[in-house]
Design a protein around this ligand. Structure first.
Ligand code: HEC
Length: 143
């Protein structure tokens, strides 16, 4: 009887270790996702002017919309580490990188409007003004 308890205990210990290792490998996979292929916006989109002023009201709206629609993949701080990011084949990008700061508002607006699998399109889900406010908000993550 004692021997059985001992074996059961050993097995439980071993499976805990396996679970832990799986967890660790998941976490490191999530950070090492390959980048998607280049996703250039058309010149007309790049040159678009943002009609929504980046004031506290717009940024607050944008933040709420971001939390509801984007955070699950892009993560709270925009690093691409949302809870769903681990299930995607490619990386979500990192809004906090200097390279990201170089994109124009129009470019970001276009990408949010169009989407590209696995990122959904938001042209029906969010109004024009809402998408511009989300742009205003994600800019604040790059500081
Ligand atoms: C299902 C997960 C998912 C959701 C939800 C999502 N995205 Fe994305 N997003 C991605 C992925 C993956 C990419 C990279 C796409 C590629 O490279 O093809 C991406 C790319 C982007 C890019 C381009 C990044 C760059 O470096 O050019 C922007 C901007 C963006 N997302 C903004 C948003 C915003 C804003 C929302 C919410 C309104 C949102 N995304 C919702 C997964 C998601």
């Amino acid at each position: 009887m004692k021997a059985i308890t001992l074996i059961v205990k050993q097995v439980m210990k071993a499976s805990l270790v396996v679970c832990f290792m799986l967890f660790v490998s998941q976490v490191s996979f999530a950070q090492a996702k390959p980048k998607g292929s280049p996703w250039p916006a058309p010149a007309s989109a790049i040159n678009m002017k943002n009609p929504v002023k980046s004031d506290p009201v717009s940024i607050k709206d944008g933040k709420q919309l971001y939390i509801k629609n984007c955070k699950s993949c892009h993560g709270e701080s925009g690093k691409g580490d949302g809870t769903k990011a681990g299930n995607l084949d490619i990386a979500c990008g990192d809004f906090t990188l200097p390279a990201f700061a170089k994109s124009t508002d129009g470019e970001l607006y276009w990408k949010i409007t169009e989407g590209r699998k696995p990122m959904p399109t938001f042209n029906k889900k969010l109004t024009d003004a809402e998408r511009w406010s989300v742009v205003n908000y994600i800019r604040t993550l790059n500081k």
